[in-house]
Design a protein around this ligand. Structure first.
Ligand code: HEC
Length: 165
């Protein structure tokens, strides 16, 4: 029957809930399609919550992540961050973290971020800050390194996520 696919077909993944984890081109396309705008989002952007290097942001949480239950976030939990121009409020970049495998290590999350060149998040000459899992590269040395502090004394959040709207 036309349109009938096995449930594990990647095309069957509900893109309104789960961001693609197949690299820069796909995730940038997904951001531009606005799927995450239907998630639970902060009403407006705000100045960086310390120790965030991301600057002015607005955060959105997919329907899978449970902010109030302690311990590991459920598989496919995802958070999107819009980076906003501090004066105009315009969206100037995006970040995402997606919980792709069971466990409480940085490598159990896919990390992606592209920032404007004056953003304090460490990035390359194109503004790319991370695109991969937290076992090597900036996803490990930058993202995981700091996000592992979420939920430690003096820091809100838990399991690599600081804030869930
Ligand atoms: C020095 C610490 C630090 C570094 C490095 C860092 N982050 Fe964050 N990140 C934060 C803090 C703090 C917040 C909460 C920001 C806020 O609400 O203003 C945050 C928020 C986020 C969020 C929204 C969900 C959440 O956890 O609150 C995403 C997604 C995110 N960061 C991705 C990344 C990625 C990808 C990298 C690597 C390129 C990265 N971060 C590097 C501290 C950091």
């Amino acid at each position: 029957m036309v349109g009938c696919k096995p449930p594990d077909d990647p095309d069957e993944v509900d893109r309104d809930v789960a961001p693609p984890v197949t690299g820069q081109e796909d995730i940038e396309q997904w951001f531009s399609e606005g799927h995450y705008q239907g998630w639970a989002c902060e009403a407006s952007s705000h100045a960086a919550d310390m120790p965030s290097p991301h600057g002015r942001v607005r955060l959105c949480a997919n329907p899978i992540i449970h902010p109030d239950s302690p311990g590991e976030h459920p598989l496919n939990s995802a958070m999107v961050l819009e980076i906003r121009d501090p004066s105009s409020g315009e969206i100037t970049g995006h970040g995402v973290q997606v919980h792709t495998s069971a466990g409480t290590r940085g490598l159990d999350w896919y990390w992606y971020m592209k920032v404007p060149l004056d953003n304090a998040t460490p990035h390359d000459a194109t503004g790319l800050a991370a695109d991969g899992w937290g076992y090597d590269g900036p996803a490990a040395t930058v993202c995981t390194e700091c996000h592992t502090m979420a939920g430690t004394p003096g820091h809100e959040g838990h399991d690599f996520v600081w804030v869930v709207p």
